[in-house]
Write a protein that binds this ligand. Sequence first.
Ligand code: FES
Length: 184
Amino acid sequence: MSTPRVLRQSLTRLAQHARCYTSTPLRTQQQQPMRLPTAWSTSQTIARRSLSTSSVLKHGHVDPPKPGEELYVTFIDKDSVTHRIAVSAGDNLLDIAQAHDLEMEGACGGSCACSTCHVIVTDQEMYDKIPEPDDDENDMLDLAFGLTETSRLGCQVHMTKELDGLVVRLPSMTRNLQASDFKS
Ligand code: FES
């Protein structure tokens, strides 16, 4: 008994479909090769990362003051050695200290989230010339080891003409966010 022609054609079509499906790998959406959208191509990702590190690279960097525009700040270190430094207006005490290899950790990179840049202003009159600390600085100062009435966070104190001649002492110890994290 021969197969009717219509049935043969249907079987042929079915066989073609089957070949078609089996020759094309089935891929679910999850199996699709992962492609980064253009906006996140590798080079741009690297470029973005480079941008995000710029603040870190800049950390501790200060430009030398222009002749005739020098302001002076003196740091008294833990060994009572004084370091008188000529600086530019706008520089903060953390950057100045780090640029001159003074021992000031600055664990949070100057974002007012630690107390490792604690300094003690030696002169009440000079202390009063510094703009008042905001709530964030006060919160962090509460964590500072050896807090005094004239304590400030170095990263929050920017040099101005009024502060020319400022003298600050570096505390003998600083306290990080964890009480157990002491540094002498
Ligand atoms: S460096 Fe962390 S508060 Fe100044």
